[in-house]
Design a protein around this ligand. Structure first.
Ligand code: TXA
Ligand code: MG
Length: 327
């Protein structure tokens, strides 16, 4: 495994290389956001469409102001942290970072090693999640290694990511209102508490939200249907199935909360997808977590990853295939 130190990571990035870096959300695959050739290597390594822009990471608001025309004051309540804000940029980043958009996604990550690399390089670092496009975002260095190890110049191991889901992405609409383009650990309720209103709509503006995402390697059924009406019975082998739950244990069942609530479930979701591959199960069946708070983000990721939605009646499973257009 090409594990590197903080100093090596900074040197590799300054030379135009790619390094996977830990953040509090998920591992990112970083490059110098002012170096167009380096940024293009990210798209190649991830097999990511060039139309899907990247988040630009900086160590503080003062550095963001070198690249963004303004930064709303309320962001200070959430940064450093799992929040990404779309802002008009000044045109000094490599063009591929924003895929030609006037807006750039900015974030101040809350991870000591990532902060050290940002400060050592003195550069904005663009970093999508460090996975091949369409795969699950990595939450450990080992997950990065398994997926992208041979295609990148180094991995900085910062342990397991504390949040476990990608950042909340917002687009400011007025001084005190936003659209949420991707739900995350900074919730609608958190924003409201700081006087920021969340307006409906706007999700179609995030290119990365338009296609299948975050999918585990076996079919996933999310039990989000109220009843079997209009669904098709599906046979399955419970012995080769892993059930993901948010409150109950049982045979072949992983309680993602570990009795510690939904924040713990968010932290463990992608690791559970990964574990399902290691166990070699044929099918994942996930309960639908309660909506609201971090539950909204967990639901969002489960539904994006779902092959089917469904419901159970006793031991019987009924499903509906997800429409590609809804993913
Ligand atoms: O937590 C995170 O956000 C992680 C860590 C590494 O920071 N990064 C991450 O990046 O999840 P990525 O590339 O996997 O997801 C970024 C999302 C994509 O859906 C992309 O389309 C959207 O942000 N995005 C980035 N720049 C944008 C822009 N200028 N306009 C609209 N959407 C943008
Ligand atoms: Mg991603």
């Amino acid at each position: 495994m090409p594990l590197v130190s903080v100093q090596d990571a900074a040197q590799i990035l300054l030379r135009g290389g790619l390094v996977a870096l830990p953040t509090e959300t998920v591992y990112g695959l970083a490059a110098d956001a002012t170096n167009e050739a380096a940024v293009r290597r990210i798209f190649a390594a991830k097999n990511r469409p060039s139309s899907n822009p990247l988040i630009c990471h900086l160590p503080d608001i003062e550095s963001i102001l070198r690249y963004a025309e303004f930064v709303p004051d309320w962001t200070r309540a959430f940064w450093p942290g799992p929040l990404t804000v779309l802002l008009p940029h000044r045109g000094s980043l490599a063009p591929s970072v924003t895929a030609g958009s006037k807006l750039c996604a900015f974030r101040i990550p809350d991870h000591p090693l990532m902060q050290q690399v940002l400060n050592l390089t003195g550069r904005p670092l663009c970093a999508p999640s460090a996975n091949t496009s369409g795969r699950v975002s990595p939450v450990t260095a080992a997950m990065v290694e398994e997926d992208l190890g041979s295609k990148i110049d180094g991995i900085l191991d910062g342990g397991e990511c504390q949040v476990g889901l990608e950042s909340t992405i917002v687009e400011p609409v007025t001084e005190k209102s936003v659209h949420i383009l991707r739900p995350g650990a900074v919730t609608r309720e958190d924003l409201a508490e700081k006087g920021i209103q969340v307006l409906e709509g706007g999700t179609q503006k995030s290119p990365g939200q338009s296609h299948a995402h975050y999918a585990p390697q076996m079919p996933l059924v999310v039990l989000s249907e109220p009843d079997p009406h209009g669904l098709t019975a599906m046979s399955f082998d419970p012995g080769r199935t892993l059930f993901l739950s948010f409150d109950r244990s049982g045979p072949n069942t992983l309680d993602l909360t570990e009795g510690r609530g939904l924040l713990q479930a968010a932290r463990g979701l992608y690791a559970a997808f990964h574990r399902a591959s290691a166990l070699g199960v044929d099918l994942l069946i996930a309960d639908n977590p309660p909506a609201g708070g971090i539950g909204t983000a967990i639901r969002d990721r489960l539904l994006r990853a779902a092959t089917f939605t469904g419901c159970m009646r006793g031991e019987r499973l009924f499903v509906r295939r997800r429409e590609a257009a809804n993913v």
